[in-house]
Design a protein. Sequence first.
Length: 174
Amino acid sequence: MTDQITVTGLVATAPRHLVTSEGLAITSFRLASTSRRFERSASAWVDGDTNWFTVTAFRALAVNAATCVSKGERVIVTGALRIREWENGKQTGTNVDIEADAIGHDLAYGTAEYRRVVAPVAPAEHADATGDSEDEDAQEALPEPVSARAVPSLLEAALATGRLSIIPVGRASA
């Protein structure tokens, strides 16, 4: 059985991103989640205990998290809870991990802009007798340009095939 959990908190470490030799993208960071309660006697909010989690994301979520999430930002994470006991000879401990299904910025503390990541279109593997690809109509219906803040490796591949245009990031003045 998998225990699902949703946690809000502060990204406490810079996200660490790596790609395995098999091509699997992995991003991980530490998340600090501190409870708060209103103390009537002091008429003020006070911090409770802080729970620490190691958040790990895989594949596209890992790539997007590495691009968009930074230390010090408030996020919401949902995923599978994993509790692991460990021992190294001198010490023992418990790691509390979340294998993330989704990661997003907590909009109660700031704003964000959403940019959809568009995967590059793979070249057609087969062409008919006239040399036209079977998905010619799909190639003509290309998506609108995406921001340069999108995932760099996807950008490079899309730029190399001419299927992507770069637009400046920022707001247009009216």
